[in-house]
Design a protein around this ligand. Structure first.
Ligand SMILES: *[C@@H]1O[C@H](CO)[C@@H](O)[C@H](O)[C@H]1NC(C)=O
Ligand SMILES: *[C@@H]1O[C@H](CO)[C@@H](O)[C@H](O)[C@H]1NC(C)=O
Ligand SMILES: *[C@@H]1O[C@H](CO)[C@@H](O)[C@H](O)[C@H]1NC(C)=O
Ligand SMILES: *[C@@H]1O[C@H](CO)[C@@H](O)[C@H](O)[C@H]1NC(C)=O
Ligand SMILES: *[C@@H]1O[C@H](CO)[C@@H](O)[C@H](O)[C@H]1NC(C)=O
Length: 416
């Protein structure tokens, strides 16, 4: 992943360099560079000098949608008031005198891919002025999420970069391998930033060094929560710095973020057909995962995570070996499943076969999540392989009452 990311960056830099060296020789080989360069904004038409449009004002009613993982769900903060998103909202109101509405879509443990699937689910309700993405730790394909957003809306996107020093004990012990943790996650976000020229509000570069070197014995206890999962989440000071920093930078960069001529071109339309089954979010673009699957025998049940709440409901099993089978045949070349875990994750086997019978099916994936902490996590699992006109089976291999298996959504992509 990191290798692909740096290739993308090198290609982008080369593309920009080639733009400066234009015109290209017509025998110059066509390659990836050309397609990257093609997303650059058109150079201003030769002699015409149109007056620069004024920078847009910050709206009096400002709506900001945030996608992210546990830090954005307030992980590590001692109270809601100390959480970065609330600090950010208050700081932004103070700086702009606007009335700020935050639509916080964060879910603990999610990767960017969780949100890129079936993206129109998130477009019901008030239209945001900006999307903020905070996947600095959990990673996932942030580029794909940005493309999902830009295929459905022209609302600008900016990135929020924070950090983790987990497990803290490795950093405290000076373990040199701890220093290079999370490189892929950083690179995944960076790549999206380069490709789509997004503003990145980078707490790590801008502020963390003032508290000591990142993840050092000196800075870690100041910036991070150190009781429950030491080093995993920012603590109150880290949350406050992040919230104030993002508000300040957003105001300072509002014109540039909203400047259409600084944006990379919209992504090409997708050649894949997507079908989605979710129970949450209630958007019209997804079918219910409740009707997509049925348990085979005892074990799986469709449950509300919190009684009375309709937004987080999943198929759940505590019975080892129990099977959940798609009601109808499914179609995909690539698929993403959303699994929720509490504390100890169950191991799942996902397979596809004519009758989803044991032995007669192809195993796509055995999914194991590693946890360093308690709490509910959402994991997106990628299934690559052909499953056309067959049924899909999820088997909870080692589920138990303290090791629940939960299947909460699935997106399927078929080419053509
Ligand atoms: C928008 O960006 C272009 C290209 O960087 C710049 O020339 C122009 O002045 C910007 N417009 C505003 C209003 O900032
Ligand atoms: C802002 O929102 C309030 C309440 O929703 C509304 O009364 C007001 O007209 C809005 N103002 C603008 C400028 O849109
Ligand atoms: C802030 O907004 C309020 C209400 O919209 C207004 O009365 C006040 O003058 C504004 N303050 C500033 C500094 O713009
Ligand atoms: C991420 O998504 C983009 C856009 O869909 C795709 O081109 C790219 O190959 C993906 N990267 C990885 C590492 O899967
Ligand atoms: C998770 O919870 C269990 C049971 O409450 C506890 O024994 C364990 O120490 C917790 N783990 C962490 C990392 O907090």
């Amino acid at each position: 992943m990191a290798g692909r990311g740096s290739f993308g960056m090198a290609a982008l830099l080369l593309g920009l360099a080639l733009l400066l060296l234009a015109p290209l020789h017509r025998h110059y080989p066509r390659c990836r560079v050309a397609s990257v360069a093609a997303t650059a904004p058109a150079a201003p038409a030769a002699p015409a000098e149109p007056a620069a449009p004024a920078a847009p004002a910050i709206p009096r009613n400002l709506t900001i949608a945030i996608f992210g993982g546990s830090t954005t769900a307030c992980g590590g903060a001692s109270s809601r008031d100390n959480c970065w998103t609330y600090v950010f909202g208050r700081a932004l109101e103070a700086l702009t005198n606007s009335s700020v509405t935050l639509i916080n879509r964060a879910r603990g443990g999610t990767e960017a891919d969780y949100f890129s699937s079936c993206f129109p689910r998130y477009l019901s309700g008030p239209k945001p002025d900006l999307f903020l993405l905070e996947f600095a730790i959990n990673g996932g394909n942030v580029t794909r999420l940005v493309e999902s957003i830009y295929r459905h809306t022209d609302i600008p996107v900016a990135l929020v970069r924070q950090m983790a020093c987990f497990p803290a004990s490795r950093y405290a012990a000076g373990d040199p391998t701890a220093r290079v943790s999370w490189p892929e996650q950083r690179e995944e976000q960076r790549t999206a930033g380069y490709v789509y020229r997004l503003h990145e509000f980078d707490l790590v570069n801008e502020l963390v060094p003032y508290y000591g070197s990142p993840c050092s014995r000196e800075s870690l206890p100041k910036l991070f929560e150190t009781r429950i999962a030491p080093g995993q989440h920012l603590g109150d000071l880290g949350h406050r710095l992040l919230g104030e920093f993002v508000a300040r930078e957003l105001v300072r960069n509002w014109g540039a973020i909203n400047n259409a001529s600084r944006r990379a071109g919209a992504p090409a339309g997708s050649t894949e057909r997507e079908s989605c089954f979710y129970a949450d979010e209630g958007g019209s673009s997804a079918n219910s995962i409740e009707t997509a699957f049925a348990p085979e025998g005892e074990g799986w049940a469709f449950v509300e995570k919190v009684p009375g709440r309709k937004d987080k409901i999943c198929w759940q099993s505590a019975v080892p070996g129990s099977r959940l089978v798609s009601v109808a045949p499914v179609n995909f070349d690539r698929s993403t499943m959303y699994l929720e875990y509490s504390n100890r994750p169950a191991k799942l086997r996902v397979s596809c076969g004519p009758n989803a019978a044991p032995g007669g099916s192809e195993t796509f994936s055995e999914i194991t999540a590693l946890h360093g902490m308690n709490g509910t996590m959402v994991k997106s699992a990628s299934l690559n392989g052909q499953c056309h006109g067959q049924r899909l089976t999820v088997e909870a291999l080692d589920a138990a009452p303290d090791r629940l298996a939960r299947v909460c959504g699935i997106s399927m992509f078929a080419s053509g």
